[in-house]
Design a protein. Structure first.
Ligand code: FES
Length: 203
């Protein structure tokens, strides 16, 4: 699970902290409203959009999501704390998520875990010093017939062996999807720069 231990006696949101959600991200969140009967129901899509935009959902982002959805920040935190997918602090460029449920355990997930930790020099919930990888475990990834398995970002690796890990980490395309993916929850892309949109600008 991707959480840091926090001392809750410490103020974690500065009173006048600058906003972290730009208008494009807020508008993307609002675009989900017509799909649901309540704004609250758009909370999960909103969390995906914000994590996609910022890389994580920190305390300030939770406060701003709450504003857009007309909730209390604690209600946003309640939801985030239920799902291991959401990060409240920075993570590596790629997240390795190893299944820790029964089928994968029986098929050797512990050996795969040890190999990942040895290769990266980090433990569970930690990020490598170069910022390339973070490592977590989660319950069933819904691919039990391919146990043991892991996700490299969104790409599923099946029947992984401990001996595969070094080669897998060395592959720069280890998170490249071979299936089309939905962009429904992606954060909005920044507008194209003037030179890109008009390759032959007036002098
Ligand atoms: S037990 Fe590992 S994917 Fe289901």
């Amino acid at each position: 699970m991707a959480w840091e231990a926090l001392d809750r006696r410490t103020a974690v949101i500065e009173k006048d902290a600058p906003a972290v959600l730009n208008e494009a991200v807020r508008e993307k969140i609002r675009s989900f409203f017509p799909r649901y009967e309540t704004k609250r129901a758009a909370l999960l899509p909103a969390l995906h959009v914000v994590q996609d935009a910022l890389g994580h959902v920190d305390w300030q982002a939770m406060r701003e999501i709450a504003e857009v959805l007309e909730l209390k920040p604690a209600e946003v935190f309640d939801t985030i704390s239920f799902y291991t997918h959401f990060w409240t602090h920075d993570k590596g460029k790629k997240v390795i998520t190893l299944c820790r449920s029964l089928s994968c355990q029986l098929m050797g997930a512990d050996a795969v875990k040890a190999a990942i930790e040895k290769q990266l020099g980090i433990g569970e919930h930690e990020t490598a010093a170069d910022g390339q990888y973070s490592f977590v475990t989660e319950e069933c990834l819904a691919a039990c017939d391919h146990a043991p398995c892991l996700l490299m970002n969104e790409k599923l690796h099946r029947r992984v062996k401990a001996d595969d890990i070094a080669k897998m980490l060395a592959d720069p395309n280890n998170d490249r999807l071979d299936l089309p993916r939905s962009d429904l929850f992606d954060a909005p892309k920044p507008p194209a720069s003037t030179s890109e949109s008009n390759p032959n600008p007036e002098p």
